[in-house]
Write a protein that binds this ligand. Structure first.
Ligand code: AMP
Length: 404
């Protein structure tokens, strides 16, 4: 990695401001955390800093409070959870203090009084409109709290906000946290020096969301596998009519261009060759298998890939040495249409010779649902950020970190 990592720095007695992603789901009243995965994911970075006697200051956004304090979007409930999680790993009575505003006198005072090995969590950054506006004066105030800035919020790195980009102009050193470093290492290697064959599996609803990823990967990958709703725009581009399946008619040309590029570049471009058709978008729909290139019945829609497609995709995936997967193969939320996605999850996880990277909320959920997440090399935490990374874009929150 070309950027400074927290592991490159001497943290002892320094005030280290870590931008984390504590954008956790809360109960309606905003009092209870319903899923603490995001807190757990950044624990290694916090633990690392605390063990090296840093004075740790944590900042994050939560929800979309639109630039003003909203009681149900306070980060306060995170304090108890974090204290408990840190207690479990550090075996000391961990003290996590909470500053009711992320800037201002109280935050300044609390940051100044912090001792080595102590933690201070700041209130939701987005209670100030200046955060998303990347306001320099606000960024400077945040920077004044610390000696060193660390960004561990990969999921927010595609946005140039005050806490992800602006702040780096006012601190001497800006480094990647351990989670950020992991993301950049795995995703970066896949794009720049993948072990070959490199197979990308792209699924999900829409071509429009992922066409830039496909376009970028066509320059790098040996094979691209397309499943999910977006496959039907590609099949239409090849001249097949697909009944009521999801098709973006305004993207058929774009899909055709991608197919042409694949041919010109010699990239194997695999589309489903059979389909589970349903008479309605519902878990109790009547279903039938469709195979071949003749038109689908006009009233039916494809909601999953069929068994022959699974076999075709499996053979490509099993030979790969690098695999990136983003997006489900069908409407996997309904058990009747989850077979394709689950089969791909097992196959990706079962390839022990490959570096396997899964990104995007739905494919991550599918991997967890199939119980194979511990067999995946890297599960990316940032949905939008990992997509933009795979598009080949430079993320502002990454670009802003200090070069090694
Ligand atoms: P995305 O957010 O673009 O990754 O899309 C994920 C969504 O695509 C999931 O909610 C799936 O249910 C949906 N999806 C996958 N396959 C299909 C399909 N064949 N038809 C309609 N929706 C689909």
């Amino acid at each position: 990695m070309s950027k400074l990592s927290i592991r490159d720095l001497d943290l002892a007695n320094k005030r280290v401001l870590i931008r984390v992603d504590f954008n956790v789901p809360l109960s309606k009243d905003g009092l209870t955390i319903t899923d603490d995965t995001r807190i757990r994911e950044t624990l290694p970075t916090i633990e690392y800093a605390l063990r090296r006697k840093a004075k740790v200051i944590l900042c994050s956004h939560l929800g979309r409070p639109k630039g003003k304090p909203v009681a149900t979007m306070s980060l306060r409930p995170v304090v108890d959870r974090l204290r408990k999680l840190l207690d479990d790993i550090l075996d000391e009575g961990e003290n996590v203090a909470f500053a009711p505003d992320c800037i201002g006198e109280v935050a300044n005072e609390m940051a100044a009084q912090l001792e080595s090995g102590q933690t201070l969590l700041l209130e939701n950054l987005r209670f100030h409109p200046e955060e998303e506006a990347n306001d320099p004066a606000f960024a400077k105030k945040l920077a004044s709290l610390c000696d060193i800035y660390v960004n561990d919020a990969f999921g927010s790195a595609h946005r140039a906000h005050a806490s992800t980009e602006g702040i780096t102009h006012f601190v001497k050193q800006s480094a990647a946290g351990l989670l950020m470093e992991r993301e950049l290492t795995y995703l970066g290697k896949a794009l720049s020096q993948p072990d070959k064959p490199f197979v990308a599996i792209i699924g999900g609803a829409k071509v429009s969301d992922k066409i830039q990823v496909i376009d970028n990967l066509l320059d790098i990958a040996d094979a691209i596998i397309i499943g999910g709703g977006m496959a039907y725009t590609f099949l239409n581009a090849q001249g097949q009519t697909t009944g009521k399946s999801l098709v973006e008619t305004d993207k058929i040309e774009v899909a055709r261009a991608a197919l042409d590029k694949a041919k010109a570049k010699g990239v194997r471009f695999l589309l489903p060759i059979d389909h589970v058709l349903a008479d309605k978008f519902a878990h109790d729909a009547k279903t039938q298998l469709h195979e071949g290139t003749h038109p689908f019945h006009v009233d039916l829609m494809a909601l999953d890939i069929g068994p022959k497609s699974i076999e075709l995709f499996k053979s490509e995936i099993s030979d790969a040495r690098t695999i990136i997967w983003n997006g489900p193969m069908g409407v996997f939320e309904m058990p009747a249409f989850a077979k394709g996605t689950n089969a791909i999850a097992y196959t990706v996880a079962g390839n022990n010779d490959a570096t396997t990277i899964v990104g995007g909320g739905d494919s991550v959920a599918a991997v967890k649902q199939s119980g194979v997440s511990d067999k995946i090399t890297h599960i990316s935490t940032g949905g939008g950020a990992s997509l933009e990374f795979l598009e080949g874009k430079i993320l502002p929150g990454v670009a802003a970190l200090t070069d090694k």
